[in-house]
Design a protein around this ligand. Structure first.
Ligand SMILES: Nc1nc2c([nH]c(=O)n2[C@@H]2O[C@H](COP(=O)(O)OP(=O)(O)OP(=O)(O)O)[C@@H](O)[C@H]2O)c(=O)[nH]1
Length: 153
């Protein structure tokens, strides 16, 4: 019998850009999730009936305690992980309100390119490449790390 095609998990992801210096916000994946401890752009799964913008606003409120003003999809990418086939809807976000609060025990870091945090979720590599291109910087691919090799925090 042939295998059923895998269903995509739709994900809204925010590339938060600090206007004063262009820094990008990365945060770590909380314990208990696949790739715990890996650095990622904040976001999460889109729930039934939500737009990308609604999902991103909800996720960033839940995870970071901030409220974004708006979000438009900039790029859409896919990544096939052992745990899920994800479709990532990337939004650049430059305006938000509220104070950052790591509500899931994550760490956060404002980063310039190339990043100096590691390991990074492989699903984020294409976006790091586009962001580097936009800034006229050479793309330095982060090292590929298996989840089991990741630090615990
Ligand atoms: N937020 C985020 N997710 C990413 C990035 N790159 C990437 O491949 N993903 C993948 O997108 C999926 C996001 O799902 P998630 O588990 O973080 O979402 P969630 O917070 O809604 O999870 P939950 O419903 O299990 O609590 C994961 O499979 C993750 O590996 C990224 O840069 N940011």
């Amino acid at each position: 019998m042939s295998e059923q095609p895998r269903k995509h998990t739709e994900v809204a992801v925010g590339v938060l850009i600090r206007l004063s210096d262009g820094a990008l916000l990365l945060s770590t994946r909380p314990e208990g999730k696949a790739y715990a401890g890996f650095w990622e752009f904040p976001g999460g799964k889109i729930e039934a009936g939500e737009t990308v913008e609604q999902a991103l606003r909800r996720e960033l409120q839940e995870e970071l305690g901030i409220t974004i003003d708006g979000a438009e999809v900039w790029k859409v990418t896919e990544h096939d992980y052992p745990h899920a086939l994800v479709r990532l809807h990337w939004c650049k976000v430059t305006a938000w309100s509220g104070e950052f609060e790591m509500r899931e025990g994550q760490r956060m870091a404002w980063q310039q390119l190339p990043l100096d945090v590691a390991p990074v979720l492989p699903g984020a590599f294409p976006v790091l490449q586009w962001l580097s291109q936009e800034r006229g910087l050479p793309f330095v691919a982060p090292p590929v790390v298996a989840p089991a090799d990741a630090p615990a925090s």
